[in-house]
Design a protein around this ligand. Sequence first.
Ligand SMILES: C[S@@+](CC[C@H](N)C(=O)[O-])C[C@H]1O[C@@H](n2cnc3c(N)ncnc32)[C@H](O)[C@@H]1O
Length: 206
Amino acid sequence: MDSFILDKVNTLPKNSRVLEVGFGSGDLLREIRKLRPDLELIGVDVSRYAVKSVQDPSIQCLCKPYEKLQIDSVDMIISVHGIDYVPYDIAYKKVRGDLKANGTLAAVLHYSHSRFMAELEWVLEGFKHAKESGDTSHIDFKKPEEIEAWIKICELVLHNSFSDTSKIFSLLDYFGMQPVTVEEIRVKDDHRPLGFGVYAKNLDKR
Ligand SMILES: C[S@@+](CC[C@H](N)C(=O)[O-])C[C@H]1O[C@@H](n2cnc3c(N)ncnc32)[C@H](O)[C@@H]1O
């Protein structure tokens, strides 16, 4: 998955600005740093743990939801199963606004019938059962507001996933992005794709 992004990042001109949405462990940002010491690297993630885990002062890590981020335009926005956590009507409008004219998006998005999404359906069922029955013995989160928040996240990610590439083409078109490549990302020993690799250009000619 990361190689899909790394290939695209490697085509950037010297000193370009790159933003990763939902960087998690920061592994991808650190990998990019090794490959391209010249790039300005910025990451945004809601999780404090994510921000603490990067530990590379040459990478600017911001702890906030992407939807609240204010940033000067960047040359490339990257994300591996991170942008799926932002409602897509907000996410892709913002991606377009945050990219320079002809800037690019390189992202791996969830496939709706992947093994991961099947597991997420089960997790969601578990939270819903806890909410309805009051029995929280099978889950780590006990407070009603935590259970409600997890239900919302699971539903959002399931809703934001894609069943085929044509839906991604329609989405990009709607938000004024030109697809360069949209391809299935597969992992060994699984007949289903894990996600879709999306590489698209901002058509805005500001
Ligand atoms: C499935 S993890 C993916 C992490 C990483 N990209 C990877 O490939 O391992 C999703 C990440 O998105 C972050 N996230 C969730 N909602 C977010 C939001 N609204 N804005 C920014 N990051 C968010 C989570 O904290 C988490 O680190």
